[in-house]
Write a protein that binds this ligand. Sequence first.
Ligand code: PGA
Length: 251
Amino acid sequence: MKLHILPTAQDAAKAAADHIAVKVKGGSVRVLGLATGRTPIALYQRLVDHVAGGKLDLRMIESFNLDEYVGLRAEDPCSFHAYMQQHLFSHAPLKHSYLLEGDAEDPFAECDRYEREIRDAGGIDLQLLGIGQNGHIGFNEPESAHDSRTRPVTLNAMTRAANQPDFPGGRTVPEQALTMGIGTILEARVLVLLATGAAKAQALNAALQGAVSLECPASALQAHADLTVFADTEAASRLGPALAAGPQQGA
Ligand code: PGA
């Protein structure tokens, strides 16, 4: 595992974006796994800036998003489809973007389709991840099996409360979602985790330094051979001295 600790959330997002851009330009990333949430907004802004400045071209890149809320149509402004359009796709066209369809008639068949599409694309070269305050990755909540596949899941109270600001106007966060499984995520050849803010400090410490456990889904990442973590000082504030001050630290 490589760990980069940057002074601010903005710095961490920029460093993660630049890391991804270098890999895309180098040709090792053709299939990109994408994440949503507040954390990667600055990362997408940086990628868009690179594209606008002619320094990056995503038109040969296929993407797969981690998750989507059950029941939301792609056009719903609270959907992750809409988020991706807003923050990346409308500014930087990709070859093709795959997302789980939250309003699919048969959610189980939809998840099987997604797994098939990932396989048919040759697998995910680089998967971007955030981390929930409860240690979730994608919408794999605590107790998710570490070999789980893409499937419908029930969101827990902490996750729904954290995401409630994304549902204005009296709407409530859906109770269910479709998510890539932890096993699916671990099959990506390269993983990049971006964690910023003090609210993520405990989860990041549990993920990187705690026991590998079902209670912290992100602890499954310890088994991956190519994980790079970008954190700001706040998110890294609970990491033990060995990790936080070790030779892996840097920008
Ligand atoms: P956030 O979500 O970036 O909105 O904190 C991250 C996550 O839940 O994975």
